[in-house]
Design a protein around this ligand. Sequence first.
Ligand SMILES: Cc1cc2nc3c(=O)[nH]c(=O)nc-3n(C[C@H](O)[C@H](O)[C@H](O)COP(=O)(O)OP(=O)(O)OC[C@H]3O[C@@H](n4cnc5c(N)ncnc54)[C@H](O)[C@@H]3O)c2cc1C
Length: 280
Amino acid sequence: MRRAKTEIRTETAVARVCPREDRFEAFTDGKNCETCRTLLVATGGCAFVEGLDHAIEPCVPSLFSLETSDRPFTELAGIVAKGVRASGPGGATGEGDLLITHDGVSGPAVLRLSSFGARALANANYSFDLTIHWRPALREDQVFDALAKCRADTPRRQIGSLSPFGLAARLWKLLLLRAGVEATCEWGRCPLSGMREMARQTTAFSLPILGRSRRREEFVTCGGVRLKEVDFRTMESRRHPGLFLAGETLDMDGLTGGFNLQAAWTTGYLAAAAMLARHG
Ligand SMILES: Cc1cc2nc3c(=O)[nH]c(=O)nc-3n(C[C@H](O)[C@H](O)[C@H](O)COP(=O)(O)OP(=O)(O)OC[C@H]3O[C@@H](n4cnc5c(N)ncnc54)[C@H](O)[C@@H]3O)c2cc1C
C-alpha cells in the first residue's frame, strides 16, 4: 500500500455515496467529499453506505449459540455430545458435536443450525423448541430395539449405570428423568412405556430456547446486497458501472472454518484486479 502511495484515513466514515455520470462522490460528512471514477464498498456486515439503490436482503445474525431456561440441562455444562442433530423452526437443522454451556447450547451442531436457519430463527424471534436427536443415525424404532436388547442382555443391571448410546452418564440420567424412568430401576423391570419414552427422549429431546446467547458472539451477518446485482467475475455492480462490492456487504455468509474470511479476501482481490485494469 505504501508503494502504491495509498492514503489511509481512519475514523472517517463514508456517510453517503452519490453516483454521477462517470464518477462517484463519497461524502464523509455534510461538505467533505471525495470524487473517484471507480469505488469499492467493503463496509462489512450491514453497515451499507447510503445513496446507492441496490436491493438489500434484510440482515440477521448468523453463527451464534442459544440460551435455554432449562436448569437441569445447563447443570450438565461442559458435556460434549458427539454427532447429534439439532433441529429448529422452518425445518432448519445442524449436525455435529453439541456443547452444553452454562446458559444453553453451542458447538458445531448449533452454529450450523444458526447459519442454515438464520432467517427462520429470526422470524421465530429466537424463541422456539429445539429438538435434539442424540443418535441421528438411528430411527426411533431402531433406538427402541437397542434398548430392548439391553433389557434382554442385562436384565439385572441398573438402567442408569449403562448408557447404551455412548452418551455421557449424567446426560443419560437426565434423559431417564425426562422419560420418567428411575435410574436405579433394573432393565428387566422397565415397563414398555418407559422404554418407548426413553427412545423418544433419545431421538426427539426438546429444549426450550429463550434467545441467542447473551455473550453475543455471533460472527457473521446473513443478508446484504443481492448477489444477482453483482458480476461475480469482477465484483462490479450491475446497477452502477464503476462501483465494486466485496466481502460481507454482499448477501453471502458461510459456516465457521474460514469461509467468511476467504469470501472477503477473494471478492476483494477480484474487485481490486478489475479496478486496476479499468485504470490501465
Ligand atoms: C468475533 C469474530 C470471529 C470471527 N471468526 C471468523 C473465523 O474464524 N473465520 C471466518 O471465516 N470468519 C470469521 N469471522 C467473520 C469475518 O471476520 C468476516 O466475515 C470478515 O471480516 C468480513 O470482511 P469484510 O472486509 O467484508 O468486513 P469487515 O471485516 O467487517 O470490515 C469492514 C470495515 O469497513 C469499515 N466501515 C464500516 N462502515 C464504514 C463506513 N461507512 N465508512 C468507512 N468505513 C466503514 C469498518 O470499520 C471495518 O473496518 C469472525 C467475525 C467475528 C466478529
